[in-house]
Design a protein around this ligand. Structure first.
Ligand SMILES: [Zn+2]
Length: 301
């Protein structure tokens, strides 16, 4: 498939992912797929090419397709990139390129040389693992281009479904609240930036407490004195629904770490046993955010 077509498909994929998660179109591209646990189209194609290659290599020795593929792969492996042979863009060359991209080409050549091929399931696990490593490093590298994604990067350290989406599958009514929380994580919430008519209003400092603290998620959730009244009963509900060890662990954290911990869904996959805890934490985050926005608006008016 030509590169241009893949780019178009990836663009559509990102827009779909943003729409599903309630992110604005202008949200930074690295935020689109990670929290859904999706790979890019390029990586999906990479996996399919490599699975097809292995299926051919697992055919009987006398199979003509296997013979051609083996001969070509060995040729490509022993030629350098500038040679005419390597420049061929046939299906086998593309499969070899795919194997090189995720560093499994030597495994392929060694298997051909020894005549010993691992089971298809084992090959699939190896390919998936290497693609996942590549996707993770590409994701982290692209996040570096966007300073506002610092919080997002510390929360999503791996490409897998955000636990809060797991919670939404159990309780779809809370999807709008989870979307609000994700917008806060990716720096697209109206906390720091909002539209006043056609004008973008930027609030770098918290005007509520007036001590010059930056208006960050952790300041609103845990530090701002002017929000103490609403914070205390909400946190009381969170404490009541949390396992005592988890709550004690949270209590000992700094406000920055605590914020990252709860927004990441407690740094683990969705646990149905904590259903009530997710509910109370979501209620806490969204209520704090809405209350601070309301107070800020009242302050301006
Ligand atoms: Zn404040």
């Amino acid at each position: 498939m030509p590169n241009k077509c893949i780019e178009k498909l990836e663009c559509t994929q990102r827009q779909m992912a943003k729409k599903i998660q309630g992110l604005p179109r202008q949200a930074a591209n690295p935020t689109a797929l990670t929290t859904l646990g999706w790979w890019s189209i390029r990586s999906v194609l990479l996996q399919q090419k490599l699975m097809l290659l292995w299926q051919i290599l697992l055919l009987p020795m006398e199979n003509i397709y296997k013979c051609i593929v083996m001969k070509r792969l060995i040729e490509y492996h022993h030629s350098d990139q500038s040679s005419m042979i390597y420049a061929a863009s046939g299906p086998v060359a593309l499969m070899y390129e795919a194997a090189k991209t995720i560093n499994v080409h030597t495994t392929v050549v060694r298997s051909i040389r020894d005549g010993v091929y691992m089971h298809k399931a084992q090959w699939k696990a190896l390919v998936k693992n290497n693609i996942q490593i590549r996707e993770n490093s590409l994701f982290l590298a692209s996040c570096l281009l966007y300073p506002r994604l610092n919080l997002y990067r510390s929360i999503c350290i791996d490409i897998c479904m955000w636990p809060w989406w797991g919670y939404c599958l159990m309780n779809p009514r809370d999807t709008p609240k989870c979307r609000t929380m994700l917008r806060l994580v990716v720096g697209e919430s109206s906390l720091n930036r909002s539209l006043d008519g056609n004008e973008v209003v930027v609030r770098p400092i918290c005007e509520l407490c007036g001590v010059g603290s930056p208006l960050t998620p952790h300041h609103v959730l845990f530090n701002c004195d002017m929000l103490r009244e609403i914070r205390t009963p909400l946190l009381y509900n969170v404490a009541n629904s949390a396992p005592s060890a988890l709550w004690e662990c949270m209590e000992s954290m700094s406000s920055v770490n605590k914020t990252e911990f709860i927004l990441s869904g407690f740094r683990c996959k969705y646990m149905h046993e904590w259903y009530e805890l997710y509910q109370q934490v979501l209620n806490f985050v969204v209520s704090m955010l809405n209350c601070s926005l309301l107070k800020l608006r009242n302050l301006v008016n």
